[in-house]
Design a protein around this ligand. Structure first.
Ligand SMILES: NC(=O)c1ccc[n+]([C@@H]2O[C@H](COP(=O)([O-])OP(=O)(O)OC[C@H]3O[C@@H](n4cnc5c(N)ncnc54)[C@H](O)[C@@H]3O)[C@@H](O)[C@H]2O)c1
Length: 265
C-alpha cells in the first residue's frame, strides 16, 4: 500500500499499543505521511525516528493517558490525531471466567479507550480541532466462543466512540471506530499456528485471507485525516466481508457460477 506523502505534514498524533501489530503499523504509516508521533505501550517501542517519542505505560491507568497527551503537547505542540489501539484479552467461557479475567479484558479494551479519549478530548477542545480513531473489532457485532468479556468491551468501544462524536462534535472534533476482522498480529498468533483453526477462519472470510496490520492502519489513518472531514461517529468494518458471511457456504450444494468470461466476452 502506498503512503500519502505529506498528508500529515505538521500534524501531531498519539498512538496507544504502538509497540506491536496494528498500533505499530499506524505509527509507521503516520511517520511516512509526515506526522510527528508520540506512542505508548506496556513494552518499549522499537521505532527510531526523529519525529517519534516512545513512552511506556499501562492504558488502564489514567496517568498514562495524561502523560501521552502532555508529551505530545510539550514536544510537538498539540494533538491533532489520536489512535486508541492497545487491546488484548483473557478468554474464558462465561461459566468459567474469573472475575479478575473479566476485569482485565474490560479494563484494557474499554476503560483504556475511555481514559485515552478523556485526555485527548480535553486537549482537542482547547485547540478547537482534532480527530480520534478507536480500534474496536468485528466482535462488537459478532459474538465469539469464550470471548464474552472481549466482545462486550469491543461493543462498548463502538458505542463510546459514538458518544464521543456526540459530545465532541460541537468542538470540531471527530470520533470514529474501526472494526477489524482477523488480522495477522502477535495477538492472533495462536490461530495462525494452528492450520485447522486458520482454515476455519478463512472458510468464513469471503476474501479467503486475514488482513495484514497495514491494511487496518491505512483506513484508520484515513479516518483521522482531513480526507474524512465529515465522517464522524462512524464504524468502519475492515474485515474482508467476514461480517456479511454468517450464512453457510452453499456453493457445494448449488454448483459453480455459470457465467464464463470466455463465452460472455
Ligand atoms: N489482530 C486482530 O485480529 C484484531 C481484530 C480485531 C481487533 N483487534 C484489536 O486491535 C488492537 C491491536 O491489536 P493487535 O492485533 O495489533 O495486537 P498486538 O498484541 O500485536 O498489539 C497490542 C499492543 O497493545 C499493548 N498493550 C497490551 N496491554 C496494554 C496496556 N495495558 N497498556 C498499554 N499497552 C498495552 C501490547 O503490549 C501490544 O504492543 C486491539 O485493540 C485488538 O483488540 C485486533
Amino acid at each position: 500500500m502506498v503512503a500519502i506523502k505529506d498528508r500529515f505534514a505538521g500534524k501531531v498524533a498519539v498512538v496507544t499499543g504502538a509497540a506491536s501489530g496494528i498500533g505499530l503499523a499506524i505509527t509507521q504509516r503516520l511517520l511516512l505521511e509526515g506526522a510527528s508521533v508520540v506512542g505508548t505501550d506496556l513494552h518499549p517501542i522499537g521505532v527510531t525516528d526523529t519525529n517519534f517519542v516512545g513512552l511506556t505505560g499501562d492504558v488502564t491507568q489514567e496517568a498514562t493517558a495524561q502523560d501521552l497527551v502532555a508529551a505530545a503537547v510539550q514536544r510537538f505542540g498539540g494533538v491533532d490525531a489520536a489512535f486508541n489501539v492497545a487491546g488484548g484479552s483473557r478468554p474464558g467461557y462465561i461459566v468459567d471466567l474469573a472475575e479478575s479475567d473479566w476485569d482485565f479484558t474490560v479494563d484494557l479494551c474499554l476503560k483504556g479507550v475511555f481514559l485515552g479519549m478523556k485526555h485527548q478530548g480535553r486537549q482537542m477542545m482547547r485547540q478547537g480541532r482534532g480527530s480520534i480513531v478507536n480500534i474496536a473489532s468485528l466482535n462488537a457485532h459478532v459474538p465469539m466462543h469464550a470471548g464474552s468479556a472481549y466482545v462486550a468491551a469491543k461493543a462498548g468501544v463502538e458505542m463510546l466512540s459514538q458518544n464521543g462524536a456526540l459530545e465532541f462534535g460541537p468542538f470540531g472534533i471527530r470520533v470514529n471506530a474501526i472494526l477489524p476482522g482477523l488480522v495477522q498480529t502477535p495477538l492472533t498468533r495462536r490461530h495462525f499456528d494452528n492450520p485447522d483453526a486458520l482454515a476455519a477462519f478463512q472458510a468464513r472470510i469471503p476474501m479467503g485471507r486475514p488482513a495484514q496490520p497495514d491494511e487496518i492502519a491505512a483506513p484508520a489513518i484515513y479516518l483521522a485525516s482531513d480526507d474524512a472531514s465529515y465522517v464522524n461517529g462512524a464504524s468502519l468494518l475492515v474485515d474482508g466481508a467476514w461480517g456479511v458471511s454468517a450464512y453457510p457456504d452453499m456453493r457445494p450444494f448449488r454448483g459453480p457460477i455459470g457465467w464464463n468470461e470466455r463465452t460472455h466476452a
